[in-house]
Design a binder for this molecule. Structure first.
Ligand code: IMP
Ligand code: MG
Length: 340
């Protein structure tokens, strides 16, 4: 029986890059969590984290380690050992205790061949991040993959020892689960095949090793406008030519943290947001980057609805969500992570 008492989940309600890292830092600041866990994705994700006025960047390692909290990379994640080593080294140099990082022995290993295949086949056709995720996932499901525990003497690998590898039943207490990417990049619910190879919805947090009944809060992260990095017919190239949207991209510094690519910007699709909330059971929503629209001074939704002030827009969104999403208890608005 799992010793997890309570699990809260933070995940993205859109196409990723919804400031989940910032929400995680806020939630763990009172130290009420024993663990922070990643339940999906790999180093395709990018987290920008601000800690004591300094900016940090991680791809795979959960943000808990920056606050001295044990951080677990769960069995549904995909891990390239060199990438993990680099990230560990970086965090260690910055003064963080990397012994807090624990990895599931069941994670599938991304090989250099997976990366090469990804770069050749999927960067061009689907705008993948080239981190080897899709070929590794294919091998996993074809039962050809290699798990961490299948590597000979894996306990002796740099940064790994018996202590730093845990079976999921060792998780205990209160845990915060971090989703990667976002709802519409999900392998099941996204605009397939323009998706990632993970199940990123809150139900998949249970893959960490606890049962659904311990989940208490589902925090959905969103932005007050939509962005998309990578190929997707839902985001046409025309968007890049729109003057106001380009201005939002510029002011909001909408560049991918992992790849540096410019994100396409569109006005908020509130009906998709409603669907994402209702499918996932989100009970708290945080809508970020309100300050960016204020700086640009244009307030619109993708269905053409216009507002004359940010106040009017926020009130409309709040009322819409409260009246269309029965499980929602809290709608919060937030600005950009400090000076990005
Ligand atoms: P992959 O996950 O690298 O295979 O990429 C598949 C699709 O998901 C591409 O369109 C990527 O741009 C997108 N994607 C993957 N990870 C992220 C992320 O963390 N943020 C935003 N988009 C992502
Ligand atoms: Mg990101």
């Amino acid at each position: 029986m799992s010793k997890v008492v309570r699990a809260d989940v933070v995940f993205g309600l859109a196409w990723g890059d919804e400031a989940k890292g910032k929400i995680v830092q806020q939630l763990i600041s009172d130290k009420s969590y024993n663990w922070v866990c990643r339940y999906s994705g790999g180093s395709n994700a990018g987290h920008t984290i601000y800690k004591d006025g300094k900016k940090y960047h991680t791809n795979l390692i959960p943000g808990g380690v920056l606050s001295g909290i044990k951080s677990f990379i769960g069995p549904e994640c995909y891990v390239n050992l060199e990438d993990l080593d680099k990230e560990m080294e970086y965090l260690s140099k910055e003064g963080f205790n990397i012994n807090l990082v624990k990895v599931s022995p069941f994670v599938h290993i991304i090989t250099p061949e997976h990366k090469e295949e990804d770069r050749k086949k999927y960067i061009g056709s689907q705008g993948s991040t080239g981190k080897g995720i899709a070929p590794c996932a294919r091998d996993k499901y074809a039962r050809l993959g290699k798990r961490l525990m299948d590597i000979e003497n894996f306990e002796n690998l740099k940064y790994f020892n018996k202590d730093t590898n845990i079976m999921t039943e060792e998780l205990s207490g209160n845990i915060l689960c971090e989703g990667s990417q976002g709802m519409w990049l999900d392998i099941n619910y996204g605009n397939y095949p323009y998706v990632t190879s993970s199940s990123i919805l809150p139900y998949n947090a249970c893959s960490l090793g606890f049962h659904p009944s311990v989940i208490k809060n589902i925090y959905g992260a969103a932005k007050i406008y939509d962005t998309r990095v990578g190929e997707d017919p839902l985001f046409s190239d025309e968007l890049l030519k729109d003057e106001t949207l380009s201005k939002i991209a510029e002011v909001g510094q909408e560049f991918g943290t992992t790849t540096g690519r410019q994100r396409k910007v569109n006005w908020l699709d509130i009906s998709s947001l409603k669907k994402a909330i209702n499918i996932t059971g989100t009970n708290k929503i945080i809508i970020s980057k309100v300050d960016i629209l204020e700086k640009v001074g244009v307030y619109k939704l993708s269905d053409g609805t216009k507002f004359s002030t940010i106040y009017e827009m926020k009130e409309y969104i709040k009322t819409y969500i409260y009246s269309n999403c029965p499980l929602i208890e809290t709608v919060l608005f937030s600005d950009s992570p400090i000076d990005f």
